[in-house]
Ligand binder design. Structure first.
Ligand code: PHE
Length: 471
């Protein structure tokens, strides 16, 4: 039986914001957002992303942080407390289990990609990018990810850093890391954008990112935008709930959530403004896919004057962003284990981090020995997807939307209006923001998420309902 653990609280609202923004801003913004935007046609995707993130992801972030503060424990512990106190079915604890396990799975592969970022810091700093072309850059990347021992080494280092920070706890570990690392990240990113603005491709990049070409919009654009938004703002995996549990009563959750989402979106767009000018200046392919920043961007670094410096800064930035996200992926399960096993933080962080590390080996091998192993192919689904792809797909297409819809319905329909008003410190039930939020969690989010599911199960049917037939 899990016990309640006395929890430390953030030492300031700033510390909470830095940690939450640190969770949100990660590989999702700097690695995933540019290539997903590139593959989905640029500006129109960004516009849809802004709409879906504001109307769907933001309201669920508010609900999630609120549930965390109400329970004051790990996600699972919090939902147990809330359902008991308000006499609701224990069924709802399932969302916390889903989120915690989902975060654990993401952590296992996130750490592998985080390891790539660390490795690329050393490649950039040692001048390896000088005189790269498309072929040699692809070869370097291919040789690296095809070498399991190298990948395991960097994965181990990345996971070790995370475990270390989480062991130090909320004040000495997480807070100290984020209040230093997040401003650093911001400065590095703005520096990168300034540099990018001086390259000839800047204008084309701005055009690409901000011209709304709706002929490229399909049903898939919406699904990709919603999925990207959920992943990017760290919603529905218990990370925001855990950070909400350490939040003081008097901090406004809605205002904080708005700041978190704006910062996260701002960084994603800045990352686009840092990456695409290089892509265009050096005649690279904007739709190069997941290899975009690992294969194409190093070519640009190799050709530019201050490439050694800018390239190193870029991969340091990526590593920092990845670390501050990964700690929020580790914390939910560590917090739960503290309650369930009553072990020390050190022991639980090593146990959970070690388990995620072990699972991560499967993702490591997905790029080499297991690159032809498609675990779900016998079931006739995801037939050409490796273990790494399957993990990513299951979490972002099923767990996050599923847990997200449960959070929305629980906050919007299951808990009473009075309970929710009280939990959000809102004294005016007629306030516009409150009514808008309630409408979003009651109606907009559930419908949108059901569409995401429908899109995953019957892609052709959903596509056929779109204006241009999903072409
Ligand atoms: N938001 C992080 C990113 O964009 C990933 C993440 C998802 C972190 C969910 C925590 C929880 O990289």
């Amino acid at each position: 039986m899990a016990v309640s653990v006395a929890r430390e609280h953030w030492s300031s609202r700033f510390a909470f914001l830095m940690a939450a923004i640190g969770s949100a801003v990660g590989l999702g913004n700097i690695w995933r957002f540019p290539f997903v935007t590139g593959e989905n046609g640029g500006g129109a995707f960004i516009l849809i992303y802004l709409i879906t993130t504001t109307c769907i992801a933001l309201p669920i972030v508010i609900a999630e942080v609120m549930l965390g503060r109400m329970g004051g424990q790990s996600p699972i512990g919090s939902l147990m407390q809330i359902t008991r106190k308000h006499k609701k079915s224990v069924f709802w604890v399932l969302m916390a289990w889903g989120g915690t396990l989902g975060a654990f799975v993401v952590l296992s592969y996130y750490s592998v990609i985080g390891g790539w970022a660390l490795k690329y810091v050393t490649l950039a700093a040692s001048g390896t990018f000088g005189n790269l072309n498309g072929e040699s850059s692809g070869e370097i990347f291919g040789a690296f990810i095809g070498d399991p021992m190298a990948l395991i080494g960097w994965h181990t280092l990345f996971m070790g850093i995370n475990i270390g920070i989480v062991i130090w706890g909320l004040h000495k570990g997480i807070e100290r890391a984020v209040v230093f690392l997040m401003p650093l990240l911001f400065v590095l990113l703005v520096g990168m954008v300034f540099y990018a603005a001086s390259t000839p491709g800047f204008e084309r990049a701005v055009d690409f990112l901000f011209t709304f070409d709706f002929s490229k919009v399909t049903s898939n654009t919406f699904l990709m935008a919603i999925g990207q938004g959920f992943f990017s703002v760290s919603v529905a995996l218990g990370a925001m709930m855990t950070y909400g549990a350490y939040l003081d009563e008097d901090v406004s959750i809605q205002n904080s959530a708005i700041i978190i989402v704006i910062a996260d979106t701002g960084v994603a767009i800045l990352a686009g403004l840092a990456v695409f000018p290089l892509v265009f200046s050096f005649a690279l392919e904007p739709s190069a896919g997941p290899g975009l920043i690992f294969v194409t961007v190093p070519i640009a670094f190799g050709q530019m004057d201050a490439g050694l410096l800018v390239g190193t800064a870029f991969f340091v930035l990526l590593s920092v962003a990845a670390v501050t996200s990964a700690i929020s992926l580790l914390e939910p399960a560590v917090a739960y284990m503290e309650e369930a096993l009553t072990w020390s933080r050190k022991a639980t962080a090593i146990l959970v981090g070690g388990a995620a590390w072990t699972l991560g080996i499967a993702s490591v091998l997905s790029f080499s020995d297991w690159s032809d192993f498609y675990p779900l192919a016998p079931l006739g689904v995801l037939v050409n997807q490796t273990v790494f792809d399957v993990f990513d797909f299951i979490v972002t297409s099923w767990v996050q939307p599923g847990v997200g819809i449960m959070m929305a319905i629980f906050a919007g329909w299951v808990l009473s209006r009075e309970t929710v008003l009280d939990a959000l410190n809102a004294n005016d039930p007629n306030a516009l923001w409150f009514r808008a939020w309630l409408f979003a969690v009651r109606v907009v989010c559930p419908i949108a998420v059901l569409l995401v599911f429908a899109g995953a199960v019957w892609p052709d049917f959903v596509a056929s309902m779109m204006p241009n037939g999903g072409e």
